[in-house]
Design a protein around this ligand. Structure first.
Ligand code: F6R
Length: 227
């Protein structure tokens, strides 16, 4: 595990974008699992700046959707796919997207891609990855599930006034842990305890992120989140 602590969210975004840009330059057709949520947004904005400034060509990247709420109309503002498209796919000039609609189609598309090169992840306040809610063992497959009260609460921050959907589909732990590299972005004092458990506690389904230590993991954290 490589853990790097940055002074603040701005520095974390610059560092994370450089880290991701280096992977894309080394392998222009990189396949990337893309988290939404608040933490990676400044990183994606910084990547978009690199693309707009001609410093990075991401047009051959394949973006793979990590998770989605169930039961939304296609144009629902809460759609995580729409969030990914708005903040990552379109600003980076990406045209290849693997949507997460159902486990079988998703698995077949990943197999055609030859697996994931990189998973960009945030850390749930309860240790979830994507919507792999605790308890999730390392072989938990891509599946639909009910969100935990903790995730319903944390997701409320995204949709002021709108209800958080109660069910979701997530790429499985098996998909995430099979990525050739994983990048975990963590910011804020409210993540410090769960990051410490993920990195230093026992590997346990109760903290799904603890299994990331089995991967080629890079953690970029701001000072407030550093364990
Ligand atoms: C979002 C996702 C979630 C978030 C996690 C952290 O696609 O998969 O697992 O990464 O809940 O969210 P933030 O970054 O908002 O604290």
């Amino acid at each position: 595990v490589s853990l790097e602590v940055l002074p603040d969210a701005g520095a974390l975004a610059v560092r994370a974008a450089d880290w991701i840009a280096r992977r894309i330059r080394a392998r222009p057709d990189l396949s990337v699992l893309v988290a939404t949520g608040n933490t990676p947004m400044p990183t994606y904005a910084r990547l978009a700046e690199l693309v707009a400034g001609g410093e990075l060509d991401a047009s051959r990247v394949t973006a793979v959707q990590l998770d989605e709420y169930l039961g939304l109309e296609p144009d629902d503002p809460r759609s995580l796919r729409a969030w990914m498209n708005r903040t990552f796919v379109r600003p980076l000039g990406i045209t290849r997207v693997v949507p997460l609609d159902d486990p079988a189609t998703f698995g077949a598309a990943l197999a055609r891609l030859g697996g994931l090169d990189l998973a960009i992840l945030g850390l749930g306040p309860n240790g979830h990855l994507g919507f792999n809610e605790p308890p999730s063992p390392p072989d938990a497959p891509t599946r639909t599930l009910a969100l935990t009260p903790e995730s319903l609460q944390s997701n409320r921050a995204y949709w002021q006034g709108l209800a958080v959907p109660t069910h979701a589909i997530t790429a499985g732990m098996d998909v995430i842990l099979a990525a050739r590299e994983t990048l975990l972005l963590v910011g804020g004092a409210h993540k410090r305890d769960i990051l410490r458990r993920a990195l230093h506690g026992p590997e346990t389904p109760d903290v799904p992120a603890s299994f990331l230590r089995r991967t080629a993991l890079t953690v970029l954290a701001d000072r407030e989140a550093a364990p």
